[in-house]
Write a protein that binds this ligand. Structure first.
Ligand SMILES: Cc1cc2nc3c(=O)[nH]c(=O)nc-3n(C[C@H](O)[C@H](O)[C@H](O)COP(=O)(O)O)c2cc1C
Length: 331
């Protein structure tokens, strides 16, 4: 998987299931992250081929509950994001899905109490040894790319130090959500914080935060790069005193860009031809939910978040969706 110049659908719990991922890919997303799935949950699953749908399902043992559904169509672009606090469990989870996905990502940014209390998500940010342990274990034992997604730490220095440490584990890329752990989604994303990381690392940095329009993909890339610095030179003593040519190096900024809410409100955000009307997106989304038998809770949750961005949830359409008990009702 190449992480340069890519438009990426961000991981979103309950939202980033197969229908939304396929829809985003149809409209131009190069890489599509699945929702975070906790290692404890996926390791209790069996892999099953679903002949009827043409999908590969990971189904909780002893139940019919589908924890992760994917298909061949997205095999080269779907990223499986794991919520974890333990290297061995993360590896077991990754090994279960590794033949069906394009890459593995570790969530190191979720600030929700559920994640924090389990030592997962943003709780990892204060445990650099554990981060190294998890990422090194995955890198040593998997052939597919491994990445992680972090938030900004208290100071730019701390963020860059952690990112450098992460780079040393051999990960293929790092996604940086330009908010601190205590920031709310309505707080503006700090693109300068992403720029600090991009300028310090050699591996691709994926910029994330407040990308709501197609033009924002370029804006965030420009805002996180193109500043100039004098490279650090390790010169032999014999050079001292001779005339030196100082070359200015342009930093590249973020390599790729990831959108979450912008893509949830309208998955056609990835299209260079401009957004399609959201009501058309809504119908295409529902059609895919039927086709892939999406979990009804995920369908309703996604439709609610999509719709509430544009209209009041009091409209009859929405009241009907709330009452729906199956995808057929939603349809
Ligand atoms: C509904 C929703 C669910 C999310 N779930 C996840 C998740 O599972 N894993 C993760 O790393 N981030 C998750 N996030 C955070 C996003 O991936 C992203 O970092 C954040 O929303 C900032 O991007 P944005 O400004 O483009 O929305 C979620 C965000 C939203 C809105």
């Amino acid at each position: 998987m190449d992480y340069h110049n890519k438009l990426i659908l961000a991981p979103m719990v309950r939202v980033g299931t197969l229908p939304l991922r396929l829809l985003a890919a149809e409209y131009g997303a190069d890489i599509t992250y699945g929702e975070e799935i906790v290692d404890h949950k996926i390791v209790k699953c069996d892999r099953r081929i679903n002949e009827l749908l043409g999908s590969t399902d990971f189904v909780e043992k002893g139940t019919e509950s589908v924890v992760f559904r994917t298909c061949d169509q997205e095999k080269d672009k779907v990223v499986f994001q794991i919520g974890t606090s333990d290297a061995v469990r993360a590896l077991t989870a990754a090994q279960l899905v590794c033949n069906d996905v394009a890459a593995i990502d570790i969530n190191m940014g979720c600030p929700k109490p559920f994640s924090l209390s389990g030592g997962m998500g943003a709780a990892l940010l204060s445990k650099p040894e554990l981060i190294s342990d998890i990422l090194t274990t995955l890198r040593r034992n998997l052939t597919l790319p491994v990445t992680c997604k972090i938030r900004l730490l208290k100071s730019p220095h701390d963020t860059v130090e952690l990112a450098r440490r992460i780079e040393k584990t051999g990960v293929h890329a790092i996604a940086v959500h330009g908010r601190h752990v205590l920031d709310r989604p309505r707080d503006p994303a700090k693109w300068s914080g992403i720029a600090d990381v991009a300028s310090a690392l050699s591996i691709p940095v994926i910029a994330n935060g407040d990308v709501f329009e197609y033009d924002d993909f370029q804006r965030i890339k420009s805002a996180t790069g193109m500043f100039w610095h004098i490279p650090r030179l390790n010169l032999p003593n014999s050079c001292l005193g001779s005339s030196l040519q100082i070359v200015l190096v342009a930093d590249k900024g973020a390599s790729s860009v990831m959108a979450a809410r912008g893509a949830l409100w309208n998955p056609s955000i990835f299209s260079p031809e401009g957004k399609v009307h959201y009501e058309i997106m809504e119908k295409e989304y529902i059609r895919k939910c039927i086709l892939w038998d999406n979990d009804i809770r995920s369908t309703k949750h996604t439709l609610r978040d999509m719709k509430s961005h544009y209209t009041s949830l009091e409209v009859p359409f929405w009241r009907a969706v709330v009452k729906a008990e199956s995808t057929a009702d939603v349809a």
